[in-house]
Ligand binder design. Sequence first.
Ligand code: SAH
Length: 371
Amino acid sequence: MSALGDIIEAALAKPRNLSARQIETLVAVEYPAEIRAVREAAYALKVRHCGKTVSMRGLVEQGNVCAKDCLYCGIRKSNAAVRRYSLPYEEVLRAAEEAARLDYGSIVLQSGEIESEEHTRFVEKCLRGMQALPGGPFGITLSLGEQEDGVYRRWKAAGASRYLLRIETSNRELYAAMHPEGHSWERRRRCLDVLRACGYQTGTGVMSGLPGQTARDLAADVEFFAECDADMIGMGPFIPHGETPMGAGAAVTPEFKARQLRTGLNMISATRLFLHDVNIAATTALQTLAPDGREQGVLAGANVMMPNVTDVKWRKDYALYEGKPCTDENAAMCRGCLERRLAAIGETVNYGKRGDSAHFFARCAAAGTRA
Ligand code: SAH
């Protein structure tokens, strides 16, 4: 049997059954027949662990005020072209209500990074308000960046059950090249341990297709997910933003887009093949590269989507990268669109379910702790 066939067979047999070199082979596949074989195997595992259904998280983009200055991100502090906004409590609740009305069962609250007592209290208030809405309690994921240990504990106590903090890249030198001084890979890494210790279903992820990033780096990223025993993975291809140091002057050609999409999908498949039972998101960045990018993400092994429920009037201001889709469609339109798109690939929407990470319960059971 071919080398790739052996790798796939080993991956299907049990989780974490591949060497770094084998993972590298998976993330680098580029011939159609090889790509097909890898995606089919990853999709089979997705169906084995999650069924033919996709869990939804209504995404609330709470605000784009950010203290960080990441060289790739459109809402970085130094980008003066951004109109900054911060949704008031009532609007956060209205967006959450919309997610509940659409029967998504789960909500993500995301924003730029702010560390202050005022912000901490505001998020606590939003969490309590959301959990008191009819249809709750909801699975609520926070994606609010690096915080002090005590802040993570307070938000957990106020009703959050999951936290997503992408490491962005497991390669520290590459991380240093993409961030200004004062942004610390070590702090971010430590935050992931603290989140786990607080009892969150803990998610991380990376951007793929970064300048200077190799297949070996990407394989190390997949190993990193295993090493920190992540329950959820949210990753996506890097897409240049013209108002950022890493995006200025970048030529987004059809070839570039095709390559970014392929690598992003390969990463989903490699992660599913290595980790088996984690939740993996088909992120919006994939859809920026191809109209059916998220469905391709599901067919590559993802089982979660994050449709936007933020009022359309704010969406253009939350531009992390260029060409973000669906900035002019309201949430109800997204719901119908997603349902049809998923039906076309033989998948249903997991309406009304929290869609928790199976891995989280497995690791809690193994540790003898209560989920
Ligand atoms: N402030 C939060 C989350 C907001 S940013 C935090 O720090 O975790 C959400 C994610 O968008 C980032 O983690 C990053 O991986 C992604 N992102 C930012 N700029 C991007 C770009 N140009 N292309 C693709 N993804 C990008």
